[in-house]
Design a protein around this ligand. Structure first.
Ligand SMILES: Nc1ncnc2c1ncn2[C@@H]1O[C@H](COP(=O)(O)OP(=O)(O)OP(=O)(O)O)[C@@H](O)[C@H]1O
Length: 308
């Protein structure tokens, strides 16, 4: 378990992390989200004891990491998978790390098998693809069998097979009772992977919420309907409690009426429909709605901006 309590980090005049409190619980995957510069990496580095907080505390499994006789058995981390000696084999890299923390060669072979690197364990880490490098980084994080696993952007650069592998693998870690904490900018993947979300923006906590609750609360679900008579359909659907957005010449986005009602209204007015799709709110939509003001640098939105 990670307990972050009133954590602050000041760089000069700016507060990179501003009074953040949350808990990462065992047995589940907690996603850490926030726009660029929100303070995720700074928070993760303070959790790992790599940066000192300006104020506030972090407890790992109930105590400060520096008070633990075996920090790597408390929390294993993947911060930068490229931070390995490229000339050394994967097995030797892990053995050297293992020697430092009192882990034997058998455990090294076990974690190599766990992450699917047994067959290439004697190849130089420098010859590894990005995905293999990520697996090696995860193997290193698991070496001392920690109760907490922290991964900063582990999906970065993985191909679809690697992403799917990681998703399943993280679930296994959580099912084994570990607390898994990961950051990612890939919303669709986070939606498939995490059970719980911690969201920060401009250093402040914006949400600490179950994934399903967060998506359900977002009132961004809409129906997409396409018809060659889009203007007429927009007219007959118009009402105070309905919002209609013109996505293109033949497609409307409708909030406020279910697909069945839109189908019935279209039929009543003899409007031919080419498609009618209820779109569930996604994590991405819910996240964008929450963090809109918190993004440091925001491109102009392109989704549903062509209001009819
Ligand atoms: N060593 C440092 N010195 C000064 N400012 C820093 C330092 N590290 C981070 N910052 C600032 O702190 C803020 C938070 O940065 P941080 O890297 O934690 O954000 P992030 O959420 O991880 O961003 P990203 O998603 O882009 O990785 C930013 O404004 C950043 O410029």
């Amino acid at each position: 378990m990670i307990e972050v309590d009133h954590l602050c980090k000041r760089y000069g005049k700016s507060l990179a992390v501003d009074d953040v409190t949350f808990t990462v619980r065992p047995g589940m995957i907690t996603g850490f989200l926030g726009p660029n510069g929100a303070g995720k990496s700074t928070t993760m580095r303070m959790i790992l004891g790599l940066d000192q907080p300006t104020s506030g505390t972090v407890l790992i499994n109930g105590r400060r990491l520096r008070d633990s006789p075996a920090p790597m058995a408390e929390i294993g981390a993947l911060l930068d998978a490229r931070a390995v000696d490229k000339g050394r084999s994967a097995r030797n890299h892990l053995r050297q790390l293992g020697a430092l923390i009192g882990v034997d060669d058998r455990r090294v072979d076990d974690v190599l098998a766990t992450v699917g690197l047994s067959d290439v364990a004697d190849q130089a880490a420098g010859s590894f693809s990005l995905g293999m490098g990520q697996r090696l980084g995860i193997a290193a994080a698991l070496l001392a069998d920690p109760a907490v696993v922290l991964l900063d952007e582990p999906v970065n650069g993985l191909d679809p097979d690697g992403i799917r592998w990681l998703r399943t693998f993280l679930r296994t870690l959580a099912d084994d009772g570990r607390a898994v904490f990961l950051s990612s900018h890939l919303m669709s993947e986070m939606e498939l992977t995490a059970d719980h979300l911690i969201i920060i923006g401009r250093g402040r906590l914006l949400a600490d919420v179950a994934m399903t609750d967060f998506i359900d609360q977002a009132s961004t679900g809409h129906v997409e309907v396409s018809t060659p008579r889009a203007n007429l359909l927009a007219e007959v659907l118009a009402a105070d409690d309905v919002t209609i957005t013109k996505i293109d010449d033949v497609t409307l986005g409708v909030v406020g009426r279910p697909a069945a009602a839109i189908g019935a209204i279209s039929l009543a007015h003899n409007i031919v429909l080419h498609s009618l799709t209820a779109r569930q709110p996604s994590l991405e939509e819910a996240y964008m709605a929450l963090t809109g003001d918190a993004a440091e640098h925001r491109a102009r939105p392109t989704v549903l901006e062509n209001a009819a």
